[in-house]
Write a protein that binds this ligand. Structure first.
Ligand code: PEP
Length: 252
């Protein structure tokens, strides 16, 4: 079985103006050049055109942080897959805990978004993860399995082999409190096992599963070396060139 390519995906959230984004990516190009990791920047919608242009000729791929599942229509404030695809977007982050919490994103919506993203030729990065209460109650496995099972409803084996899943324990996001390597590995292994149950091990060996939650320049190497962790979805540290560069080049 060939090794899965490690992904270093930044989630900028609501940070950086279009101008700041272009400056950042122009500098990131040199740092990312020739890296073994796949490099992705998840940028605000308004930054996408400039960042796609700035990333031309580099190995940096661009992600959006949300999308609507319908192709067009009366959905004020929303953006469709066709619009993102036309701009040159490769990945779309969906189901982030902040979107679930503040914008009411449900597992069913995430499933519709995943289907639309795949149909349009982009790849979803599907986020999941438990709260601290759920972890303390001992229901992490049930919760994450439930989230992912619904997110994948109706997807084909071929599609699931191409998607990316990000396990992000909510208690570790933006808190500086990283899951231990073992805690992160345990849940990523549970997700891979679920995919094997649903689609077989040929598929589950191909699906990339990232860890997210206070990944930084010091902990990336050990986390990404765990057998079922195929890289990271990185918030705060992806906003800093030095830190994100070290995460991209964690293997050096
Ligand atoms: C995230 O928002 O996906 C995230 C993991 O944030 P941070 O790295 O800042 O914890």
């Amino acid at each position: 079985m060939s090794k899965r390519v490690i992904m270093a995906a930044g989630n900028w959230k609501m940070n950086k103006t279009p101008k700041e984004a272009v400056e950042f990516v122009s500098q990131l190009k040199d740092i990312a050049a020739g890296a073994e990791s796949e490099v992705v920047v998840g940028v605000p919608f308004v930054c996408i055109p400039g960042v796609v242009e700035a990333a031309k000729g580099s190995n940096i791929k661009v992600a959006a942080q949300n999308v609507h599942w319908e192709a067009s229509g009366a959905y004020t404030g929303e953006v469709s897959c066709g619009m993102l695809k036309e701009l040159g977007v490769n990945y779309v982050i969906i189901g982030h805990s902040e979107r679930r919490e503040y914008f009411g994103e449900t597992n069913e919506m995430i499933n519709k978004k995943a289907k639309a993203i795949l149909e349009s030729g982009m790849i979803p990065i599907i986020c999941c993860g438990e709260t601290l209460t759920q972890r303390e109650q001992g229901v992490t496995s049930e919760h994450v399995r439930y989230q992912i099972k619904i997110a994948l409803l109706g997807l084909s084996a071929e599609e699931v082999s191409r998607i990316v899943i990000a396990y992000e324990p909510i208690w570790a996001i933006g808190t500086g409190k990283t899951a231990t390597n073992e805690q992160a590995e345990e849940v990523c292994a549970i997700i891979r096992q679920l995919i094997a149950e649903l689609y077989g091990s040929d598929v589950s060996e191909k699906t990339r599963i990232l860890y997210g939650g206070s990944v930084n320049a010091s902990n990336a190497k050990e986390l990404f070396a765990m057998p079922n962790i195929d890289g990271g979805l990185v918030g705060g540290a992806s906003l800093k060139l030095d830190a994100f560069g070290k995460i991209i080049r964690h293997y050096e």
